[in-house]
Design a protein around this ligand. Structure first.
Ligand code: SIN
Length: 548
């Protein structure tokens, strides 16, 4: 294996900003963490890669899962989450999620988020895959993320003391002599004083950079989701875990074999309202696969679709929502209808062609229950983190909830203890590197071919060969495209290494050559990069399940 960069090769910072807390990313996790830190009286700078609204949050359709209905209980939400996670969830983290979730959703409403309501004024709750109760709040029908982002954006804009730096790609962590986070280096496409490579010095850094879906050729993730936070964390010596568990959303709109990059999502909430998956002959195929049929956990549905596609030699199946009727579909799923119609498909009159696409990284930077990573002063929140709530497969609509809940806990931790600013030690240039930006396409094609929804030892070896070769294609042409390409190769290497090592099928890690879950593999694969840039792995078994 070729070694991975320990730092991104970049010009020396030409300018500096200072805050108590530097938050990287501006989706639900980043903005909520910022609001909590501000409420604790801290000086906060948010740095975000493009514009404040360009992250994954605004693309969320389905909603936020939380126990808000009278017939539901946190125990029931806990149980559904643990089942979806197939033995790898951290029960303490899930308990935090389901018990603190409802009040965090109410806080979000107090900040201004408007969720859909029933005629009697109560919250309209829907269901998605893996849930045994209606517990998902939504907004604008299928535009929950847009509303959440709008409300949070308005809240941060109301605070003149909160500084936001847009068009800022984070590069590397700065640390003090004791190894504690002391800020970040970043590249800003700005004007005047903050332009080019600079540094934000801070007493704590919160990574809320979202996911890594762009490591695949087709994904529901926006173009900014290039694994920047996980790659930065790895370079800083942080531990990542569960990265082999990439959730493929069962129903991305199929736009043809040549479609690349972000694909439109067809929300699971459509199946929650009664839409049915059918094959090319119109035959439903989820009944008999799982007791929840079309609403089985996402990994089960994605696998069933992939099996149909392989057996029938086709590249997509269909989601039939016609029986729901035009009025209902227009009201409940306006965004999905608009996207389908823009692609020449009218869900009111014809089934929607759908196929699985990379959707969500269940793993990431390992944190404790307060969002603290293994590097002191470096926090992670939202999809970039691995708090333990998702295990081997995230339960639908638990992701916005995780961002909300753990941002609150990070805010509380920052308010409790924040050491003085450390002086950053000079960056070691040994091990600094950057890849040619042209490697990006090849990485994504290789990942989809060999490390996608279905994997095997042979397919993973082929992907690994490509990654190892591309890891030697270095560049001296420094800039955001090359830095992103380097991040993508770093996270792809961690993902493929873990997928190779885990010789079982569990949750969204599906090995063709190891068809079943293996109790010996019930545990976490941890990864970090050593001083020589080599990826080191460790397996942490979980205690054997107690028979009941
Ligand atoms: C969806 O609306 O199907 C996606 C929701 C999620 O990823 O939790």
């Amino acid at each position: 294996m070729s070694s991975l960069p320990r730092r991104l090769l970049a010009p020396t910072p030409g300018w500096t900003m200072q805050a108590d807390v530097c938050i990287v990313g501006s989706g639900i996790a980043g903005l909520c963490a910022a609001l909590h830190a501000r409420a604790a009286g801290l000086r906060v700078i948010i740095v975000t890669k493009v514009n404040i609204d360009d992250g994954s949050t605004r693309w969320a359709q389905g909603g936020i899962a939380a126990v808000l209905g009278p017939a539901d209980t946190p125990e029931a939400h806990l149980s559904d989450t643990l089942i979806a996670g197939v033995g790898l969830c951290d029960e303490a983290a899930v308990r935090v999620l389901v018990t603190e979730g409802p009040s965090r959703v109410r806080e979000l409403m107090a900040v201004g988020a408007e969720f859909d309501r029933n005629p009697d004024g109560s919250l309209s709750l829907t269901r998605e895959g893996g849930h045994h109760a209606d517990r998902i709040v939504h907004a604008g029908g299928d535009a929950t993320g847009v509303e959440v982002q709008r409300a949070l954006h308005a809240a941060v804009r109301r605070d003149p003391g909160l500084r936001i730096v847009e068009h800022a790609l984070v590069l590397d962590l700065l640390t003090g002599a004791d190894g504690r986070a002391a800020g970040v280096t970043l590249h800003v496409l700005g004007e005047g004083s903050a332009d080019g490579v600079g540094a934000v010095l801070a007493r704590a850094v919160v990574l809320a950079t979202g996911g890594m879906g762009q490591v695949y050729a087709a994904t529901t993730n926006p173009s900014v989701s290039t694994g920047d936070g996980v790659a930065l964390g790895l370079r800083a010596g942080a531990v990542v875990t569960d990265v082999e568990f990439v959730q493929f959303h069962p129903t991305a709109l199929f736009l043809g074999d040549a479609a690349r990059g972000q694909q439109p999502l067809v929300s699971e909430a459509m199946r929650g309202e009664g839409a049915v998956l059918v094959d090319a002959a119109g035959a439903p195929f989820m009944r008999g696969v799982h007791e929840l049929a079309d609403l089985a956990p996402r990994d089960v549905v994605a696998k069933a679709i992939t099996r149909v596609m392989l057996d029938q030699g086709v590249h997509h199946v269909f989601l039939d929502a016609r029986h729901l009727g035009g009025t209902m579909l227009e009201h409940r799923f306006p965004s999905i209808l608009a996207r389908c119609r823009a692609a020449g498909i009218d869900p009111v009159h014809e089934p929607i062609p759908v196929a699985p696409a990379a959707h969500y990284a269940s793993g990431g930077l390992r944190t404790d229950l307060d969002g603290q990573t293994s590097v002191p002063g470096l926090f992670a929140c939202g999809e970039v983190s691995c708090t333990g709530v998702h295990g081997a497969n995230r339960l639908a609509s638990n992701s916005l909830l995780e961002g909300l809940v753990f941002a609150g806990r990070i805010g509380a931790e920052l308010a409790r203890s924040l050491p003085p600013q450390a002086d950053p030690v000079a960056a070691d240039t040994v091990g600094a590197g950057v890849l040619d930006f042209a490697t990006r396409t090849e990485v994504a094609e290789a990942m989809t071919a060999g490390a996608g929804v279905l994997r095997s030892a042979d397919s993973l070896v082929e992907t690994r060969k490509v990654l190892d070769r591309l890891g030697t294609v270095t560049s001296t042409d420094l800039g955001p495209l090359a830095w992103e390409a380097t991040n993508l190769l770093t996270v792809a290497t961690a993902l493929v290494s873990a997928a190779q090592r885990r010789e079982e099928t569990r949750g969204c890690h599906w090995r063709e050559d190891f068809a079943d879950a293996d109790e010996g593999w019930r545990g976490h694969l941890l990864a970090s990069i050593d001083e020589d840039g080599l990826l080191q792995q460790d397996f942490e078994p979980l205690p054997a399940a107690v028979p009941v």
